[in-house]
Design a protein around this ligand. Structure first.
Ligand SMILES: Nc1ncnc2c1ncn2[C@@H]1O[C@H](COP(=O)(O)OP(=O)(O)OP(=O)(O)O)[C@@H](O)[C@H]1O
Ligand SMILES: [Mg+2]
Length: 448
């Protein structure tokens, strides 16, 4: 409030010590008081609070603490003498006139302070009216709350963002679910297309193989037919010139061998067509009925007997009795014949003899297990993944079409509703195992 030199005058005015006592003890007491005031002043200056004192009339700043100077960036010399309105705006409007009207200012008040460099910050604090003698002074004690406000704003923003996030989360989950459903549907369609194009591709391969395979016997038939034609023309010529006995014998001999050749070639073509037809075996064209498995297997045995004999092959039948099935005996027989024929054709190559074991046994209450095993050359590991593929054969030029096991696979898995597996080691033979339900499933018609 004042400089050191003015202490005496101040003492008279503010503290109200009379001039009456000049006693030393009194003086010492006063100095002690002043010392305390000085310390208090230092405390106020060090404080972060903004303390401003202005006149009530005109609002001229008459004092400010160190905190105010630092916060506003204005030296005390400069600050004192400025108008309060130059550094501080009161949220309620005109601070001084409101103070004049109400005489007091209860509760906390908000201010906007303007620094020397133009920066502004919010502060909260209190306003008090003080009278000294006849003069009235306004004191403002406030604290910078800009950091707190900024933190609050950040918090509010974060809360709003969180709420928005929450709101959008459900929406996003929904959208993601829809996306996934769509991706799944696309995948399903792609898969269907793949299956279709694979079906078309294998159909194309099949047509190529059928054409190729039929080409040989039909070509042979044509050669035989045209040879026969030439022979008969030449024979007709000889008849006109006068036929000799030897010409007739010759002609008959040639006719015989020509028609034999024709018959063999046409038989081969007919066999091929029959085997191609098997590829398309399905439930609708096969007869379903109740039968005894043992009976069906013994029928196959009878059918295969001649070729088994020819192959110099021992066959062991281990057939369980009394296994009743409600299934398709025709396709089942076809499967077994293909498997047994494969053993005869492939397994015993370069071997003088061989053994094939055919067995059937119940597999639980509802299925049967049928195995066809040989002790032949076995199937190389690299071939095993392909043996059920259409047109996979190691007998390409020797009559193999590579359709046998493909037909087996299709019949077992679709018509009979079962499974087939193979177990083979090179040199150790091969073992094909069928697991079939005793009651075949009713399948949807093909083409759906
Ligand atoms: N028991 C077996 N022992 C050894 N190899 C076998 C046996 N069974 C099948 N294979 C191999 O699997 C291949 C495919 O057999 P698959 O029956 O499909 O065709 P294929 O017998 O060659 O011709 P086809 O269409 O006339 O039956 C055969 O070429 C052969 O290499
Ligand atoms: Mg075969």
């Amino acid at each position: 409030l004042a400089e050191e030199d003015d202490w005496d005058e101040l003492r008279n005015k503010v503290i109200g010590l009379g001039e009456t006592s000049h006693r030393k003890s009194h003086y010492a007491q006063s100095r002690e008081h002043l010392h305390q005031l000085e310390r208090f002043r230092q405390l106020l200056d060090a404080s972060e609070e903004i303390i401003l004192v202005s006149t009530m009339d005109g609002g001229v700043i008459v004092d400010a603490n160190g905190g105010a100077c630092r916060k506003l960036g204005i030296d005390k010399d400069e600050l004192v003498g400025l108008s309060l309105t130059q550094v501080c705006a009161y949220a309620g409007g005109d601070l001084l006139s409101e103070l004049r009207d109400t005489g007091s200012f209860g509760g906390r008040t908000s201010f906007l302070f303007v620094c020397r460099d133009g920066r502004r910050f919010f502060a909260e604090g209190s306003v008090n009216l003080q009278s000294l003698d006849d003069d009235s002074f306004v004191s403002i004690v406030a604290r910078d709350v800009s950091e707190r406000l900024a933190a609050e704003t950040e918090l509010r923003k974060a809360q709003a963002a969180l709420e928005a996030l929450n709101a959008s989360l459900e929406e996003r989950v929904g959208a993601r679910t829809r996306e996934l459903a769509q991706a799944f549907e696309e995948l399903r369609q792609a898969q269907a297309q793949l299956v279709q194009s694979e079906t078309l591709a294998s159909l194309g391969r099949m047509v190529a193989v059928i054409a190729h395979e039929l080409n040989t016997p039909i070509g042979n038939s044509r050669i035989a037919a045209s040879a026969l034609h030439d022979e008969s023309r030449a024979f007709a010529g000889k008849v006109a010139q006068g036929l000799r006995r030897s010409d007739l014998d010759d002609f008959v001999e040639r006719m015989k061998s020509g028609t034999e050749m024709l018959e063999v070639a046409l038989q081969r073509a007919a066999d091929l067509v029959a085997s191609f037809k098997q590829v398309a075996v399905d439930q609708t064209t096969s007869q379903r009925r109740q039968f005894d498995l043992e009976t069906v297997i013994s029928e196959i045995r009878t059918t295969l007997q001649p070729s088994l004999k020819r192959a110099n092959c021992t066959v062991e039948w281990q057939v369980a009795q009394g296994l009743q099935m409600d299934s398709y005996p025709g396709p089942l027989g076809q499967v077994l014949m293909n498997l047994i024929n494969n053993s005869l054709l492939h397994a015993f190559e370069g071997q003088a003899s061989g053994m094939v074991r055919i067995s059937s046994a119940p597999a639980g209450e509802e299925a049967v297990r049928i195995t066809v095993a040989d002790d032949g050359v076995g199937i190389p590991p690299q071939d095993q993944p392909h043996i059920f593929d259409p047109f996979f054969t190691t007998k390409m030029a020797k009559g193999g079409s590579g359709l046998g096991l493909n037909i087996v696979y299709n019949v077992v898995s679709s018509v009979l509703g079962g499974r087939i597996s193979v177990d083979s080691e090179p040199g150790e033979g091969s073992r094909f195992e069928l697991l079939l339900p005793r009651i075949a499933p009713v399948l949807e018609p093909a083409g759906r």
